[in-house]
Design a protein around this ligand. Structure first.
Ligand SMILES: [Fe+2]
Length: 296
């Protein structure tokens, strides 16, 4: 954080500097550990836990083999192709379908509590506000689609190891709350920097496709904001004065955000109390990611 960030609240929302080039690479390198080292070496495991504790974000390189990635991408492509080619798709799997113009189920809590997978096509918000992720396909409980997906999702998420890592990083036990699979194709109306509430929770993101540049819509994170009370207070005060959602990070001048560029198979883990967002994509871009939410 620079001294600029310590000044009084700005009159308008402010953004962090988005790191790029060699500087981005240098910062990313500090947050990166090969997955195989974390799985096999206690020293690497403890280094990874400390990194997550200190920075709020961690990259585990090559957590999933290419064959599994290809298998899961093929399953998802076939599923979405079948839905999008037909006027009245006949789902050959255990799922509830929410199309843009035909909603079967409403509300985040109902998606999380559903006993089947929910294939939810995101649409523009009814109140017209930005941050809708319109165009994104958000599949809740992808492991419930069929037996093949159950096996693939389980093998990609490494839940026992990640839960142990979160315990070592935060000294608290965490459990899986919900699994999702996001398919973003040219999604531009992404939400700005925010936190997912103030209670402690983590997400792991397994990238199923390469995210090589900003056009691909990388996950962006502002390291150390998960434990920076001053950063949060400044945004909270601005939000109160300006009628903004209380979980938006609206005052980030002087901070630096890291676009989490990744190869398919890499896993990013972050504390969702820190400032984060998905960067808007190029209209032709595609990004698929398997997400696991851990909470207490
Ligand atoms: Fe979020």
């Amino acid at each position: 954080m620079t001294s600029t960030a310590q000044r009084s609240i700005e009159a308008v929302p402010t953004l962090p500097e988005l790191l790029a080039g060699p500087e981005r690479d240098r910062h990313a390198e500090q947050l990166t550990v090969p997955f195989s080292h974390v799985a096999l070496s206690k020293r690497s495991f403890l280094r990874a836990a400390w990194t997550l504790h200190h920075h709020g974000v961690l990259v585990l390189r090559q957590a999933v083999e290419p064959e599994r990635l290809q298998a899961i991408n093929t399953e998802v492509d076939q599923l979405l192709d079948g839905i999008e080619r037909s006027e009245s798709p006949d789902l050959n799997c255990n799922a509830i379908l929410n199309l843009p113009d035909k909603r079967s189920i409403k509300g985040y809590d109902n998606f999380v509590d559903a006993e089947r997978a929910v294939i939810n096509y995101r649409v523009k918000r009814a109140d017209g506000r930005s941050g809708s992720d319109a165009g994104m396909v958000d599949i809740f409980h992808p492991e419930r689609l069929n037996d093949t997906m159950a096996t693939l999702v389980e093998s990609c998420l490494h839940e026992r190891l990640i839960a142990r890592l979160l315990l070592a990083a935060s000294w608290r036990p965490f459990q899986v709350k919900c699994r999702n699979l996001y398919v973003n194709r040219g999604v531009q109306d992404t939400r700005g920097y925010h936190c997912d509430g103030r209670s402690q929770k983590f997400k792991s993101f397994v990238f199923l496709t390469d995210v090589s540049e900003l056009n691909d819509g990388p996950y962006c994170y502002v390291p150390t904001t998960h434990r920076d009370k001053r950063a949060w207070r400044r945004s909270r005060n601005f939000n109160k004065l300006n009628g903004c959602n209380r979980h938006e990070y609206t005052q980030l001048q002087g901070y630096r955000a890291l676009p989490m560029l990744a190869r398919a198979g890499d896993m990013v883990i972050s504390s969702q109390r820190g400032a984060h967002r998905g960067h808007p994509q190029h209209p032709e871009a595609r990004r698929s990611v398997l997400v696991n939410m851990y909470q207490r």
